[in-house]
Design a protein around this ligand. Sequence first.
Ligand SMILES: [Fe+2]
Length: 403
Amino acid sequence: MAVRLLRQLALRPGRAAAQAGRCHPLRPHLHTPVQLGRLVNPQYTRSLHPASPSTTGKAPFFEFGSLASYASCDSTPHIGTHFPSPSAISSPRPQLHLADVLTAPNSDELIRDLATLVSHRGVVFFSKQQLVIGQQKELAKRMGQLSWNLPREKTSGLHIHPVSEETPELGADTSVIDSKEGIARADYRQNVRASAGWHADITFENIPSDYSILKLHTLPPIGGDTLWASGYEAYDRLSPAYRRFLEGLTAVHNADFFNEYAQQAGIKIQTTRGAPENVGEDLTAVHPVIRTNPVTGFKALFVNRNFTRRIVELEEDESESVLDYLFRHVAENHDLQVRFKWEKDDVAIWDNRCTLHTATNDYGDAARQGNRVVSLGERPYLDPASKSRREFLEANKAASNGA
Ligand SMILES: [Fe+2]
């Protein structure tokens, strides 16, 4: 049985490619319990941790586990999975409701499997969710807590954004995403290329984010899509020599523009932002250019055009050139991206450690609003023994072919 399951998993990328965006109910679905049910793997450990190199390099199997019985389909081979309403894909399986997940008898198992799925697929979409802001916050906290076996780091609460304002309804740990003002508009410039917007959330913090959960409740009549890109696949597309070069580097991330925005808007910047390491008005941090995701054990490219300013170990001109190449590498490889067309009350959950994203400002003066909750993860690190996603998939394929 284990060999058969391994073989099915190894076949997954090609079959997902064939089915991308076409979740036909009459075809065997990739996410059946038989194919993606819980696998027993002695190497599978959730205790991957920077302080435990002996446990790293052993990436867990990709699994849907307890989520396998819900209607879902992959959006692209490399990134994105969607849990739509079953009628949208004529699936006999029920719809996944995130609010129900929070109170289910096996709630911890469902949330842990959800976090694992998000960390593998980068971003996961959920159609038409009745999820109130308190539930959104609870889900974000529990995803972080349950995706590690180790005690949650004391730094890992919800992020308070530097320009987030305390309101009785939402609280400062909710980032209001509004097309008119605030976080989503602080660095908006007209007449620049749309690709200038690619970023991962809050990488200017010493303890940046693991998961973000965004629910949009107000949408323009047309437009306003969001795109995500896979940091795993971006790493895998680089040559071995270039990867080795990047793995020795660190980069400065900075968000001075939020200070400038706060000054112009006449608001006080938040100086305590969810972790003891995320304090003060200097929104600057240094992180490895390639980082390991502790949930999957995979390496990912971790620079972005919005926040990454300079590679520390290089001369200024060299840094500019390398960063420009890497930013274009993400923006110009549309086959490592996924584009999501929102409908009211849709939810997206993504892992900021292994994805980048950008909104699409193509809707003029129309309103586009929602609430985002961002949980804090770990201090970014690179475990040299960790694998790339492609190495993991190829190793599984070879193992199944040789079995
Ligand atoms: Fe963002």
